[in-house]
Structures are given as structure tokens and as C-alpha cells.
Design a protein around this ligand. Sequence first.
Ligand SMILES: [Zn+2]
Length: 107
Amino acid sequence: MLILDCPCCGRAADETELEGGGEAHLTRFGPGASDDDFERYLFLRGNPKGVHFERWRHAYGCGKWFLAARCTTTLEVFGTYAAQTTAPPPEIVAAIKARRPNWEAPV
Ligand SMILES: [Zn+2]
């Protein structure tokens, strides 16, 4: 069972309390964006086998959104952090590197 620590209320929430929100750290382009950039924002998502950054909502808890780094194959959780974060925090990257030395952060 997937269990994530909600950084907003501090509770460990199991997957029955959570609602997935898809990939984290998407780049939203402005009104002058090209069609390709707009298509990428709307439709194209990563589907990695391994480390993935995701949006989650503590739907049956505090109700707030947060971000999580986890492995899609093992469900290993590397950490959770605030939804307002635009890139994975250094402590999350360090936790991933400690367990997956060959992992490279997505550009
Ligand atoms: Zn919460």
C-alpha cells in the first residue's frame, strides 16, 4: 500500500486518503507560446519506470495539494514537499541519489 507523509498536516496518509493529480513540475507557457509548447503542456506526460515526481491531494485529510517523489516500480517514497515548489528540493534529490546513484534529474 502506498503511504505518503502529508507535508501540510504532518499525517501519514495511505492511498485511500489520497487523490492523484498527475505529473509534477509541468511548465505552463504564456499566451505567446507555440502550438508545440501548448500541446506539450496539455497532453504530453512522462511515464518513467523509476523515479517520478507527482502531485497528490490529501483528499480525505486536510484537503491540500502536495508533491511526492517516488519510484513507480517499487513504490519506494523518497519524500514529499510543498506543492508551491517549482523544482525538487535538494534534500529530496539527495534522498534519491542515496538510493539510486545513477539517477539523473529530469531537465
Ligand atoms: Zn494533509
